[in-house]
Design a protein around this ligand. Structure first.
Ligand code: ADP
Ligand code: MG
Length: 233
């Protein structure tokens, strides 16, 4: 079936089923909006397995998403949505860009989850935006944005608890939302070590893409270890 869209990490295809898409996870890994780029055999498989597992667990815990089913090692079926051009970031602990931007020390624990919105536009390098920008750019209505924020914080509660059960800390993550044909707002895209920062509770060792960004270890070994922990749950 026809290729709808090819991004940095995935390819999206139409299927014969109305309203259902097939996502194929690629072996490509990028950082800094494509500034750093490599291909790693097995990366697509791991992210597909991890995302599928996380969306399944979220569903069991009452959090709906676009995920329908995993159909192969590297592919899954999802519900087709129109993606809001928003990267919704939730932070529990300071790391990455917020340290540079606001001077927080890496590891600083926030008193409450911090939600940030970034405009998903590669040409502009995904800038940080406010609610007023969301309205001005017609990205979402006030009501839609409030639903998105509510769902993003709900994901935080469930996902943080899940990581805690694995002796890990959910430091931060990026999620995307879309709207279905019938107007429902649905969690979409992926939840994987590409899109989360996950630290070991005791050692603060990374289980995420920072090992690639900072060249501190093997991405494949790191994701494999994380996947095993998820499987042991
Ligand atoms: P990007 O390089 O933009 O991050 P990815 O390779 O991560 O792209 O993913 C491919 C694209 O698929 C993204 O633009 C993402 O928003 C989109 N996408 C994810 N889930 C869905 C869905 N359920 N329906 C339509 N598009 C989706
Ligand atoms: Mg992406």
């Amino acid at each position: 079936m026809s290729l709808l869209y090819e991004g940095k990490a995935k390819r999206v295809f139409n299927t014969e089923q109305e309203g259902v898409l097939r996502i194929e996870y690629k072996d490509e890994v990028t950082a800094g909006n494509g500034a750093k780029k490599d291909s790693m055999s097995g990366k697509g498989r791991l992210n597909n397995l991890i995302t599928s597992k996380i969306f399944s667990i979220l569903k069991q815990k009452g959090v709906e998403s676009h995920f329908v089913e995993q159909i192969s090692e590297t592919e899954q079926l999802v519900r087709s949505v129109e993606i809001f051009p928003l990267e919704v970031v939730v932070r529990n602990v300071a790391a990455g860009s917020i340290c540079k931007r606001l001077g927080f020390e890496k590891g600083h624990q926030f008193e409450q989850p911090l939600l940030e919105l970034f405009y998903k536009k590669d040409e502009l390098n995904d800038p940080l935006i406010t609610d007023d920008h969301v309205a001005l750019l017609n990205i979402a209505t006030e009501e839609q944005l409030s639903t998105i924020k509510e769902q993003a914080l709900n994901v935080n509660r469930v996902l943080s608890e899940l990581m805690d059960d694995m002796n890990l800390i959910l430091v931060d993550y990026k999620i995307e939302f879309g709207i279905t044909e019938d107007g429902n707002i649905l969690l979409a895209d992926e939840i994987s070590p590409d899109t989360c920062r996950i630290w070991d509770k005791e050692t603060k060792e990374n289980f995420d893409k920072d090992v690639y960004r900072e060249d501190t270890g093997s991405l494949i070994d790191t994701y494999e270890t994380f996947y095993k922990k998820l499987e042991e749950l």
